[in-house]
Design a protein around this ligand. Structure first.
Ligand SMILES: Nc1ncnc2c1ncn2[C@@H]1O[C@H](COP(=O)(O)OP(=O)(O)O)[C@@H](O)[C@H]1O
Ligand SMILES: [Mg+2]
Length: 277
């Protein structure tokens, strides 16, 4: 299996640049600190779709939260567009696994919140932007519904619309399809692929699904645990548009799936040994 070479062209600044990133958490209960990720380096080019794959607890969410500006590095740094990240900003939007919608607000007002978080709304132009985002994720007609009236898949579409409404350069998606049923997941993977291809966004997409990582990614960043770190980076090299169905017979898809399966199984075995079980 060929792993990835550094993706940056000499002289060009990558959109996201992660250098020697280490994050440890102070765990009050034990009085010790826990190293969640250690020595992570990654460059992401503008327009790239990077999937982050790894077992649960290997530090994927921590990694994404540092890029989002929600968690501060213990050492090392993250730069976006050359600027050091010190907190959240309008250039980055997050789609959370548990949707994180406001239950007392309608679909329209939840999506509007994506704009309100950035700056006070003036005039009426924002209405068209909210409507446009709702249409892009396929929720036209549900503007006045409330989250509790929607299926999990539809709620996650609202989360996606809220993230894209302010037109961020970077979408950070933390296992966004983890909580929806298998059929909806299949449909939404295909739709996310189309939506991102159409809008040309730079995406960091976290998943623990091997198929999802291959189907969506230009590159796959494989994490290992104890402590969390990058195990390898693989370029997928599968022609787009890809669909859940079409890739199933692609020899490259099958090769990658086998390889990643072995890589993750090795991780699971190592994790079991470390924990003494
Ligand atoms: N706020 C926190 N305080 C203490 N430990 C944390 C915190 N967040 C995550 N951890 C620990 O850091 C490790 C990595 O967690 P996380 O980044 O959520 O991994 P993943 O998203 O891959 O499941 C885990 O051992 C987790 O228990
Ligand atoms: Mg996580």
């Amino acid at each position: 299996m060929t792993t990835d070479e550094p993706s940056q062209t000499p002289g060009r600044t990558p959109l996201i640049s992660v250098r020697d990133l280490t994050v440890s958490y102070d765990v009050a209960r034990t009085g010790r600190s826990l190293v969640a990720i250690e020595g992570v380096n990654l460059d992401v080019e503008e327009g790239e779709f990077v999937t982050v794959l790894g077992p649960s607890g290997c530090g994927k969410t921590t990694f994404m939260n540092v890029i989002a500006g929600l968690v501060q590095p213990t050492s090392g740094e993250v730069r976006v567009g050359g600027e050091k990240v010190t907190g959240p900003g309008p250039d980055r939007a997050v789609v959370f696994q548990d949707y994180a919608l406001l239950p007392w607000r309608s679909v329209f007002d939840n999506v509007k919140f994506g704009l309100e978080m950035q700056k006070p709304l003036r005039g009426e132009g924002w209405r068209d932007r909210v409507q446009e985002a709702i249409e892009l994720v396929g929720l036209a007609g549900f503007e006045s519904s409330y989250p509790r009236e929607l299926s999990g898949g539809m709620q996650q579409r609202v989360g996606l619309a809220r993230a894209i409404v302010a037109k961020p350069r970077i979408l950070l998606m933390d296992e966004p399809l983890g909580a929806v049923d298998a059929l909806t997941r299949e449909v939404m993977r295909d739709e996310i692929e189309k939506l991102i291809t159409a809008t040309g966004k730079t995406v960091l997409f976290i998943t623990h699904s091997i198929e999802e990582a291959i189907l969506l990614g230009d590159r796959i960043v494989v994490f290992k645990s104890h402590p969390g770190a990058i195990k390898e980076i693989i370029r997928t090299d599968i022609q787009r548009p890809r669909s859940e169905r079409s890739v199933q017979s692609d020899p490259r898809f099958l090769e990658l799936r086998d390889h990643l399966w072995d890589a993750l199984q090795g991780e699971a075995t190592a994790a079991a040994k470390t924990s003494g079980s």
